[in-house]
Design a protein around this ligand. Structure first.
Ligand SMILES: NC(=O)c1ccc[n+]([C@@H]2O[C@H](COP(=O)([O-])OP(=O)(O)OC[C@H]3O[C@@H](n4cnc5c(N)ncnc54)[C@H](O)[C@@H]3O)[C@@H](O)[C@H]2O)c1
Length: 244
């Protein structure tokens, strides 16, 4: 049990990687605040985990919503040790046809949402005085450029944000790292056309999609003491698709 007595806040927890991370964290002994904009998905997907999980409706792109979710975390569990900024949105816009609203939405959830949750989560960790671990989900798209413009920009921004806050929070014992998945078998990938998927997999030396449990295992590693001297790093889980 690598996360015994720890409290984690996981965003985008209703499905895909977020749900797998919640399940793995609970298996490792953690209590988890499962935050998602879709409350029904949390209730359907995580009901079997009982009191170990507090489902909270939260729009990570809205600072008031994030503050309310952090207040609920403090009230319910009394502390915070781990934040996983997993909530993310994509899109298939070509650059020249990208509507302003689409740019704002993707940057607003993926980058600004990560900023809000990291900032408010770090405040709670500092109050607890025991340090902590913040894990920000980026994407291999930010390294290769294989993805829509706003998505690549938001995920590259997450890498920069991680490095900037890792330096600032180190003196408080808070580590901050970026988990960089490659193409992974989740509902987010369901909308990718078959031909595009075939091309995508040609670029993955291990020749398949990543499974969500393979992401969750690395999230546990970054959350627990096994990674105690790592901060500000990009940790890629992408079947060799790119080298950081
Ligand atoms: N699936 C992939 O191939 C892949 C590859 C690289 C990176 N990623 C990144 O990994 C993360 C998880 O991806 P996934 O495939 O599991 O996604 P997903 O689409 O399956 O699930 C995302 C979850 O985030 C929630 N969400 C969306 N907007 C939100 C908001 N504003 N506030 C709170 N919750 C919100 C959704 O309701 C959903 O439950 C994302 O950040 C994604 O960009 C995914």
């Amino acid at each position: 049990m690598k996360l015994q007595n720890k409290v984690a806040f996981v965003t985008g927890a209703g499905q895909g990687m977020g749900q797998a991370i919640v399940r793995r964290f609970v298996a490792e002994g953690a209590k988890v605040v499962a935050a998602d904009i879709n409350l029904a998905s949390l209730k359907d997907g995580l009901a079997d985990l009982g009191d170990s999980v507090l489902p909270v409706e939260c729009n990570v792109g809205d600072s008031a919503s994030v503050s309310a979710a952090m207040a609920a975390t403090e009230q319910h569990f009394g502390r915070l040790d781990i934040v996983v900024n997993n909530a993310g949105v994509g899109g298939l816009d070509s650059f020249l046809e990208t509507p302003d609203e689409s740019w704002q939405r993707v940057i607003g959830v993926n980058l600004t949402g990560t900023f809000f949750c990291a900032r408010e989560g770090a405040k709670l960790m500092i109050k607890g005085g025991q340090g902590g671990s913040i894990i920000n989900l980026s994407s291999t798209s930010a390294l290769t450029g294989e993805g829509p413009n706003h998505y690549c920009a938001s995920k590259a921004g997450v890498m920069g944000l991680t490095r900037g806050i890792a330096r600032e929070l180190a003196s408080q014992g808070i580590r901050v790292n970026t988990l960089v998945p490659g193409p992974t078998n989740t509902p987010m990938m369901a909308g990718i056309p078959d031909e595009m998927m075939k091309d995508l997999l040609k670029g993955v030396p291990l020749g398949r999609l990543c499974e969500v449990d393979e992401i969750a295992a690395v999230a546990v590693f970054l959350a627990c003491e096994d990674s105690s001297f790592m901060t500000g790093q990009n940790v890629a889980v992408n079947g060799g698709m790119s080298f950081i």
